[in-house]
Structure formats: C-alpha cells, structure tokens
Design a protein around this ligand. Structure first.
Ligand code: PHE
Length: 447
C-alpha cells in the first residue's frame, strides 16, 4: 500500500514534506513583507474586508491577495464553482435525510477567511514546527491571524456549536508555485459527520447484534487506529466514509470512473486516506479524508462522539468536470467564459470551449540567491507585479557553484493574459520591473 505524507490536499497537491525550505525567522519575514509595502511606509494596519488588523513582523499578505478576499466565487450565481457547490450540496441534501425527509447536513458557505492561528493549526493538532505554519507557505495577516489555508479551520468551532453533520465551503489561501493548476486563492469543501456510539452501530447492526460492541477503549495507537478507538469503530467509520465519498465522486464524475484509496497522513485525522479517481485515463487525487482525531472532538465538547472528515478542492473538480484548462479562468470577468456557465439547472452538462487563445511570450531571469531566500517570496513578487498576465513561473535551472558554494536559480516566466494578447514589449517592461524588485526587495544578485 502506498503511503503519502502531506498536510493538505485540494487543488494544490505538492508534498509538503518535500517543500521544506530553508528560512530563518526574522530576516525571512523581513523579505516576505518588504516588497508588499514600502518598508518606509507608515502603514500600521492591514484591512481585510471590513476588519482592520494591526500589522506586525509576521504580516506577509500582499495587496494582490487582499484584492481577492470577499470575491466569494463559490457564491456567485452562474459561476462554475457555484454550480459545483450546488451539486455537492444537493447530493448531500438528497441522500442523507432524517426520517421526515429533512437534510441532516448543514451547509455553511459564508464564513470570513481570516482565522486565528488557533483555528487554523492548534485546534487541528498541527505540530508547532509543521511546514504549513511557515510564513513561506501561509499568508499571515499578523502574528495571531492568517488567511485560512483550509476549511478544516472551522471544524472545532462548528462542533462546539453543536453541529454534528456539516459542509463548509469557502475560499482558502496558500503561497505556492505558479502554473495552470495553482493559484494562491482557491476554494474547498469540507465535510464532517459525527456519530454517537449508538448511531454508528445501528447504521450496520440490528439491536441484538449490537450487544457487546463498543467504539471506545484504551488501547494502543497503531497505524490502523487511535488509542481511544476500538477496531470496530474504525471499521465502521472507514466503511461509512469511503462509501459516502465514492458515492459523491460517482454522482459528480459519472458512474464509470474507477476509484482507489491511498493511505496518507494529516495531523487531524487517523487513519487518513486520499481518494484517487481514474478520469479520462489518468489517475487523479481528488480529496483527503480520515477518522477525526478524538482529541479534537474532546476539546470541542463532543467527547462522546466519533467522526470522519474530508476536504476537497473545488477548482480541481471543476477543471475536470467542465474541461477548464487554466485555473485563472475562474477569476475571469470575460463574458466569453462566464456565459458558458449561465444555466439555471446545475446538472446541465457543460464542456468549456476556449473563446480565444492568445500567444504566449516568455523571459528568463537568473540570479544568485541569498541565504534566507524562499521561492514563494519570488512567486509573490511576480504575482504582485505581473498580476494575471503571468501564466507560469518555472525554475528551469538550479545550480550551486562548486567553489563559492553559492546557488543560482533561473526562472522562466511565461506571460499570457486570459482575455487579451500580451506583446513581447509589454512583457519586457514587466520583466524589467520584476528584475528590479527582486534585486531591491529579495537581495538577489542578478547574473
Ligand atoms: N484540510 C485538508 C487539506 O486542505 C483536507 C482534509 C480535510 C483532510 C479533512 C482530512 C480531513 O488538504
């Protein structure tokens, strides 16, 4: 059985274990934020939506990112992410009902994306030194607040409020590479289902057969289960979780897709799995899930229950479903794009047809990197200056001088706008600005 280690899934599928970058606290943070605002700027606050936060040495949100907060693409009528949200919601509403026919899952899709470190990481048992907390990977509003990196950030609060079955849909933010399937803002759907001992057992057994079965014990923590869970509890939760998600994938992608489960790791579930589907001949990872860590439930006042959770990236699903070739299209205001999703029934089959394909142009930039350099600083700088004109930034050469020990990176920046042509001269001008900013703000030495 394959075993993967990662914190997150969704549209962004990098292995976090492989992405640990060298950085040293304070000076790194200086580089992170220095190109976002003029260092000499007197700004002492950051405004996100209608809230204002004190800026501090951890602040690394960029104006480009802040301009996306509040867009709520998942709640925009006729937007493809909204159509997909409706389909997932309707699937759960229709298939999971109380005896009188009311849906059991509550859908929450309007929670603001600024959350505390406690919500995003601590409440989910994310280790203090985990890479997902690093400012190189996460947008900090200040030392106490981040733009949520996943919708799991709301699990504990909703459970504490008494929700036992819910879906959370929202925008999430991660500092990452730039290419056709990665954008620093994307959308996730989280699902949680809790069961009392009786609810879990009665789902599979008759009253008589249930006798003697329990879900809690004080046993060892082993790969197959957590210390407080019985093997029986895990077998039942795993079966219910996998059944629920396979059914969802079949509803959205079609009955004919093949599916497979891969063991993996998340700090907040154990055991954990990823679902892969074979879609048009290609295996694709579509979600992460697992048995919720009992400590999370205990802390949230639901210690008498057990549960499962899953998280999926809406863009990744929508790109496959609708044949959308580039993740930036979700942000397009172009009517040629949006009009293709103007359907009142979310189940209408749609295949996106590109309206116009503009030529690409590219420029390379090579520089010696300083000690505290992280690639995501450069990606944010490019994103800030090139905005949506940059299609991709690729590290095409990584060379360490054998004698000097200095490392040089060469990046190829591909310029192409979704809605209009970008000419080489225009690309050259932006490229010059990027080069200048990299020298001034990241302290690189251009070769
Ligand atoms: N939060 C995880 C991610 O962003 C997905 C997940 C949710 C995994 C719930 C397990 C349980 O990748």
């Amino acid at each position: 059985m394959m075993m993967k280690y990662k914190l997150f899934t969704g549209i962004c599928c990098r292995l976090y274990s492989a992405s640990i970058v060298s950085m040293n606290g304070a000076s790194h943070r200086h580089f992170c934020s220095s190109f976002l605002t003029d260092i000499s700027s007197p700004e002492t606050t950051v405004t996100v939506g209608s809230q204002t936060y004190a800026r501090d040495e951890m602040t690394n949100v960029t104006p480009h990112i802040l301009s996306k907060v509040g867009s709520n693409l998942h709640n925009r009528k006729y937007h493809p992410l909204n159509l997909l949200k409706q389909r997932i919601r309707d699937h759960f509403y229709k298939n999971y009902v109380k005896p009188r026919g009311n849906p059991i899952f509550t859908v929450v899709d309007d929670l603001p994306p600024v959350v505390t470190i406690e919500q995003c990481f601590d409440s989910l048992l994310t280790p203090k030194d985990h890479v997902s907390r690093k400012p190189s990977d996460t947008y900090y509003v200040n030392k106490d607040h981040v733009l949520r990196t996943h919708t799991s950030a709301h699990q504990s609060d909703l459970i504490r409020m008494g929700c036992d079955q819910f879906l959370v849909i929202g925008d999430v933010y991660r500092r990452d590479t730039i290419d056709k399937s990665h954008y620093p803002v994307f959308h996730q759907c989280e699902g949680v289902r809790l069961f009392t001992e009786r609810e879990l057992l009665i789902s599979k057994f008759s009253e008589q057969d249930m006798e003697g079965l329990t879900v809690f014990e004080q046993g060892p923590r082993i790969p197959a289960k957590q210390a407080p869970h019985t093997q029986d509890a895990v077998v039942l939760l795993e079966a219910d979780l996998k059944w629920t998600l396979t059914r969802l994938a079949h509803d959205i992608f079609g009955k004919d897709i093949e599916t497979q489960w891969v063991d993996c790791y998340f700090p907040f579930t154990h055991p954990s799995w990823e679902l892969e589907i074979k879609y048009k001949g290609e295996w694709l990872e579509v979600l992460g899930c697992g048995v919720m860590e009992q400590e999370i439930l205990n802390e949230a006042g639901a210690g008498n229950k057990v549960g499962w959770a899953f998280g999926l990236g809406l863009e990744r699903w929508a790109m496959k479903m609708y044949d959308i070739p580039d993740i930036r299209l979700f942000w397009s205001q172009d009517s040629g794009f949006l009009s293709q999703f103007k359907v009142d029934d979310a189940n209408t089959p749609i295949k996106y047809k590109p309206v116009s394909v503009h030529p690409q142009c590219y420029n390379d930039i090579s520089f010696w990197i300083p000690d505290n350099y992280t690639e995501n600083d450069f990606y944010d700088l490019v994103r800030g200056l090139g905005s949506d004109m940059v299609e991709q930034v690729e590290l095409i050469d990584n060379f360490t001088h054998p004698k000097k020990g200095q490392t040089s990176h060469c990046y190829r920046i591909t310029y192409r706008h979704m809605d209009r042509a970008v000419h080489q001269e225009e690309a050259n001008k932006i490229h010059a600005l990027i080069t200048e900013a990299a020298i001034n703000n990241l302290a690189v030495e251009v070769r």
